[in-house]
Design a protein. Structure first.
Length: 659
């Protein structure tokens, strides 16, 4: 099992000199006590291997270089890198310097990154020259930028000797931004003790013989488990380098590196089970979560992989990734909801009523998370911190906090917790926590928009996506696709609605508030019968006719692609020049499209090409002539194309270096 310690081993009162008190101290403790650990792989990525010894020595050099730049205890350092060994080395170097890291996702639009940088005010940002298209390219932060590749010679001249520790278990390890109700993202401050508690736990079995898949974006808290739970238990990390991997690329990484343990969002778990379940066959244990698991998909995996432990993982960023975990029994019924389980070690949960009194077993209440995983609060948001982080009066210890999750649950007599719903308008889409109020606030920032409402709809396949309904200012005639493209300049793509419906006016309740129950079903998803039942909205109907006209295929390839698109997107019609993403397509849908193309056309088209050829006409031309240059892409995809091109250059250089 993972290393297990008594509660006293993780208490916030542990001295800073305790080697297990911090992330980097725990890692050093493992390596120093195991003579064989230094030679074992810590990180594998393609052909590249970073041993535990290299991880320790190179991160020491990065830490000393940062200290030479004035970075030390109490500082926050931005991290603007893709998934890579360099990113993990940089994280560890930042921690050893005594600072905390702030992941800045390269896929986020510049405006969103600028807001985070302005709010967090990092002392510096660690990145690489390869992340920018030109040396003088403007950066959405004012802090100095340290380029690991351009400054590698100077970093390499630093001493690799161990550094003195300046931090303790209660000090800040990282800040991770999540969605906010006011349209303002909020930074969650996670201490070292929360990460150590996550790594030394019992919900999975990790040791030196294990390999953990690193697939999550670094700004997504699943990466906390993937990276630190692996390293603090002496296991290896297998990094998936591609920013947008296909099912096949994920499977290749699992097979090549003999991955034993993986974490998947509920949506990705469902998609892989439906389209490419065999790639999970080598796994010994799989955690899935971030949203409600489908019992049908759970049953299918348990039947197909009898030797794989399947765990439902639940927890907010504010309680360091996981709060409750449920090892799903092999005889789990195929039609019953999957519980979120009992609390993990060094974690307590309280189910309370609206007066903050414990509810009886089996009764509904709000879940409060307590214990060593609770964050320090929100960065620069004292009022919100006071609202969400309350004194844990049940702990019997002064100063302990509990986090108000907003999740409605019931607790069984055996301690297992069952998730029921939310007390607010927060949702999870593909594992990402999203405040619908923030989506609405962002849509209202567009000049043509008078008012907006956002809800979550389920497609025919059960996939949940955000739909925004817009009432325009008088005289304005907004185009839904154009609105969506502009939203992608203001917010991350996971927050952009899959569909935008233009209405003459938003339906209102007698009290003047928006009547979200009266919003029409998106015509592109509903089909003829559902459209007939939906409220009559002539403007929305006219929009649907423009957005998804009947495809007049000019070739067999176009006709076949139209059939595939209709199947995946659950729409009745698609146009030859309709954009895949404007029709509600997600990155998971794109992975399914990639598999369908491989199966039907025997074409190994790369995932990056699907981001470049986003219409049936352009994609058919690419399949007809693979050597043909990329067709013109829409503005909507310009940013994605630039990111993918930069990513290809980075990994081409790394591959040539490895050879």
């Amino acid at each position: 099992m993972s290393r297990r310690f008594g509660q006293d081993d993780l208490t916030s009162g542990a001295p800073a000199s305790d080697p297990r008190a911090t992330i980097h101290g725990s890692l050093l403790d493992i390596v120093s006590k195991d003579p064989e650990a230094s030679a074992r792989p810590a990180i594998v990525c393609g052909a590249r291997i970073v041993s535990y010894a290299d991880l320790d020595l190179q991160s020491n050099q990065i830490a000393r270089y940062l200290r030479g730049k004035g970075i030390g205890a109490g500082d926050l350092v931005g991290l603007f890198l893709h998934r890579s060994p360099e990113a993990i080395l940089a994280m560890l170097g930042i921690l050893k310097a005594g600072a905390a890291f702030l992941p800045l996702d390269p896929s986020y639009p510049a405006n969103h990154l600028a807001f985070i940088a302005e709010d967090a005010r990092p002392a510096a940002v660690v990145s690489a020259a390869e992340m920018f298209s030109s040396p003088g390219q403007s950066r959405p932060w004012a802090a100095p930028t340290i380029l690991l590749d351009a400054e590698s010679d100077a970093i390499g001249r630093e001493s690799a000797a161990p550094l003195d520790a300046f931090v303790g278990p209660n000090d800040l390890a990282y800040v991770m931004y999540t969605s906010g109700t006011t349209g303002r993202p909020k930074g969650v401050m996670v201490p070292h003790r929360g990460v150590v508690r996550l790594a030394w736990n019992n919900f999975v079995d990790l040791g030196p013989s294990d390999v953990v898949l690193q697939l999550a974006p670094l700004a997504f808290d699943a990466s906390t488990f993937e990276i630190w739970a692996a390293l603090l238990n002496g296991a290896s990390i297998a990094v998936v380098a591609s920013a947008h991997p296909s099912f096949s690329e994920i499977g290749e990484a699992i097979a090549r590196h003999k991955v034993t343990t993986a974490w998947l969002t509920a949506s990705l778990f469902h998609a892989i089970v439906d389209h490419h379940l065999e790639i999970l066959r080598p796994l010994r244990q799989l955690i899935a979560g971030g949203d409600i698991l489908s019992p049908r998909h759970v049953r299918k995996l348990l039947d197909a992989l009898p030797d794989c432990l399947l765990v439902n993982g639940y927890g907010p960023t504010e309680n360091t990734t996981f709060t409750c975990c449920y090892a799903i029994p092999r005889d789990a019924p195929a039609d019953a909801p999957v519980p979120i389980g009992p609390p993990i070690l060094h974690t307590r949960v309280h189910v309370l009523d609206d007066q903050l009194r414990p509810t009886a077993l089996g009764e509904l209440g709000e879940l409060f998370a307590a214990g060593e995983g609770v964050a320090l609060g929100y960065l620069n948001r004292p009022e919100l911190t006071t609202e969400k982080f309350l004194p844990d009066t049940f702990s019997g210890k002064p100063g302990c906090l509990m986090y108000r999750t907003g999740d409605v649950v019931r607790q069984r007599a055996d301690g297992v917790v069952e998730f029921v719903g939310r007390v607010d308008r927060q949702v999870k889409i593909n594992g990402k926590r999203i405040e619908l109020d923030e989506v609405e606030a962002t849509v209202r920032r567009l000049p043509e928009v008078a008012d907006a409402a956002a809800i979550v709809r389920a497609r025919a396949d059960g996939e949940r996506q955000i739909v925004a309904y817009v009432a325009a200012h008088a005289g304005a005639k907004p185009d839904p696709a154009a609105l969506r493209r502009r939203l992608l300049e203001l917010a991350p793509d996971y927050m952009a609605p899959a569909q935008i419906i233009i209405l003459d006016a938003l339906p209102l309740k007698p009290n003047g508030k928006i009547d979200r129950d009266a919003l029409p079903v998106p015509p592109a998803w509903s089909g003829a019968e559902a459209q007939a039942e939906a409220p009559a909205e002539p403007l929305a109907d006219r929009q649907a006719e423009r957005a998804v006209p009947l495809a007049q295929a000019a070739s067999d390839i176009e006709a076949e692609l139209a059939s595939i698109w209709r199947k995946i997107l659950k729409v009745s019609y698609v146009g030859l020049d309709a954009n895949f993403f404007d029709l509600g397509g997600s990155s998971l849908d794109l992975m399914a499209l990639h598999e369908e193309i491989r199966a039907r056309f025997q074409d190994e088209v790369p995932m990056t090409s699907l981001f470049e050829h986003t219409t049936i006409r352009a994609l058919a031309a690419r399949l007809h002539n693979p050597d043909r240059g990329a067709a013109p892409v829409s503005n909507f995809q310009d940013r994605k194309l630039r990111q993918n091109e930069a990513l290809r250059k980075i990994w081409q250089r790394r591959a040539s270096t490895a050879r």
